[in-house]
Design a binder for this molecule. Sequence first.
Ligand code: NAD
Ligand code: UFG
Length: 338
Amino acid sequence: MKILLTGGAGFIGSHTLIELDKAGHEAVVLDNLYNSSPLALKRAAEIIGKEVPFYQVDIRDREGLTKVFEAHQFDACIHFAGLKAVGESVEKPLEYYENNLNGTFVLLDVMRKHGCKNIIFSSSATVYGDPEIIPITEECPKGICTNPYGKTKSMLEDVLIDVQKADPEWNVVVLRYFNPIGAHPSGKLGDNPNGIPNNLMPYITQVAVGKRKELGVFGADYDTHDGTGVRDYIHVVDLGRAHVASLKAIEQKKGVAIYNIGTGTGYSVLDVVKAFVRVNGVDVPYVIKPRRSGDVAVNYCNPAKAKMELGWEAQYGIEDMCRDSWNWQKQNPNGFEE
Ligand code: NAD
Ligand code: UFG
């Protein structure tokens, strides 16, 4: 299939395009490079052994998008493009709502005008809020999102469902990612956050490489086996493969299909730190800090629906994720800066 990847130069998009290529699909990348580097696409091209068509276009730019759709007949769009920093979204709600919501509205309109009515949408476990059921199944009701970023994901899920209801020619696959970490095993591609990392794994790797003094562990008084927060970490290559598998739901014309994409196993912050130290033989000093506002104690999923309907399940475990994250960081201490 010929697939448009909005936000395809980003962390998850760049890994997904490699898995799409492996599976014999043709990927075209569109990204405004607000939070990514053209080097990610250069590295991805090295890995797959060919250039990937790339358009530096903002999804809010209707004219720019239209030109891309006029140049290609897409079978589906995988929609990664969006702003994703939880803390920043609290500071800049208007920018988040404008980019994520308006950008998606323009994209959907241009898609339908060009007869492309198949979309895979990057959603997030954040839509469950403080989950009512653990492990979380897709039947678990959505919860209250504590930040504008999470609200954009939840709202966009609803928008996509309404669009499909009004026009059954649409096929909408909503993937609720749990916590993507890891990197391409080659060490050429990985997570490249700007400034101080918000997320656990990039913070750990930056401590290990000597860029930061110590990890702050946000809360050791949760009701978990060691008091620290539990999450469902998923290797970004497995996540990329989940998008390839999701094309099946489009081929089968499922209408709307929602899947949790995680491993089904929860690890605490200290479990991850210990695994990282054990696998890589490096030190990660840490201090216990107060809880971070908005965090939940435990968040992991039941990924059985994705296995049953898409034949997808995670292949990599926490040790692979720790090894590949470190491999990427130590080969690229400054990310994509050359
Ligand atoms: P990322 O920031 O690395 O990638 C997103 C890409 O979208 C970036 O390259 C950015 O430049 C681009 N972009 C943003 N706004 C755009 C616009 N208006 N027009 C064109 N391009 C635009 O993030 P990621 O980690 O790869 O995440 C991909 C998607 O998955 C996002 O929608 C994110 O919200 C979602 N998600 C991520 C996580 C996570 O922990 N990484 C978890 C759940 C969901
Ligand atoms: N943590 C620390 N120290 C840090 C960073 C994180 O102790 O420096 C802890 C957090 O408190 C949490 C765990 O590590 O217990 C994971 O935190 P992350 O920030 O890595 O991930 P979150 O679970 O908070 O959120 C991530 C993405 C969201 C997405 C969500 C889906 O950032 O965009 O996963 O579950 F919505």
